[in-house]
Design a binder for this molecule. Sequence first.
Ligand SMILES: [Zn+2]
Length: 441
Amino acid sequence: MEEGLISVDKWTTVSQVYFLTHLHSDHTQGLTPKWSKGPLYCSPITARLFPVRFPGFDMLLVRVLEAGKPQTLTLVSRSSHSKVLVEVTAIDARHCPGALMYLFRGQFGSVLYTGDFRWEIGDMKAVEGKNILLNALGDKKLDLLYMDNTYCNPSFSFPPRKVAAQQVVDIMTSHPHHDFVIGVDNLGKEDLLLHISQMLNTKIWVWPERLRVMHLLGFEDAFTTKTCLTRVRAVPRYSLTFETIESLNTVRPTIAILPTGLPWGKKFLDQKSLSYSCVSLCKEGSDIFAETGHSSEIFKSPRKLHQHMFAVSYSEHSCFKEIEEFLKYVNPSRISGIVSSAFCCINPRHYLDHLCKDESDNLCCKDSRGKLGLSVAWKAESVLECDKAFGIDKQINISGLLKGCKLRADSPKVLGVQRSMISKIRRRVRGVKIDHNDNFY
Ligand SMILES: [Zn+2]
């Protein structure tokens, strides 16, 4: 696709139209109440929540796309000034409320940007999404897939959300005299909270801004801001620390629950406060996995992190098996991960290259505008460290990873590349501006 036409979850570049997959902050960096670069497409739910997240935003810029209803956009080529027709189909990503995938089709071929997604195997809404996708593609192949690679490692195996939600309820029912605090973000995990509310027949306390979001989502009956009405509170995820849970327990017996797909490690238990840095989680995690021989099994049941704290594998992102299934029927020619900020994410090609049609057509090698050394190092380092974290005894064939890549003379040494440089790249990779060159860096 020609440069300057479309941007997805990327807000600082100049394009004719912009697409927002969902309202999590790592997808809105650069989007502000005063942003006004062009039309912004999103789901009806995202549009409804927009004024809460961006008060004063010019809502005339917002265009609503319904899932499964293709729209044709007429854009203008910057180079030839001729019309460029782009058909876009939105598909439910089954991530947080309002999250969409976007399929773009045109003379450039077909490109699917998943945003964050969780398509559980057997989930009827995921099946519906799959049918929309396959119908929109027709007999055409998917040329390029930008995919949520948060858990793109076989180590990540966790249960469907319904199972994890019941695990949370089971913890609660087995502690009838305790209060509970559950760490959540500004958006997401509503189904978990609703399940708890229904099963325990109780309202759930949320902070005032979260209550406003719940009202806009139509869930007001199950939530309250009055602490006296309930023993279950959903609190901002960042506020849950060992210190806070310990001080809560000086007043009332309280258990903290962290719904997350991320690994948590033993060293953590010795620390006073929690950090949500995935980097430290993985590093600390390596100890417990090495000591106990645990692998992915550890994610399938609640883990006790502290005397008063459990982690439950409730994830809004697809686990590895689900990603694998997704790729089998999408069968893209090329693939690229969209997540680079989380430590444990891995270039999807490492484990899933065999599910791409053009296995040799490596984006990493082909389109990275000469930054091949960094690109390859990112992959090699991520795989090595993440596998190490999960106790995977695996030799990474670095020469295999490098095969076909030409390093620039000024590229950093592949294996000696500085972590700070890699981190810098990771921060910048999120979001994509689609153009004829790959614009990951
Ligand atoms: Zn998200």
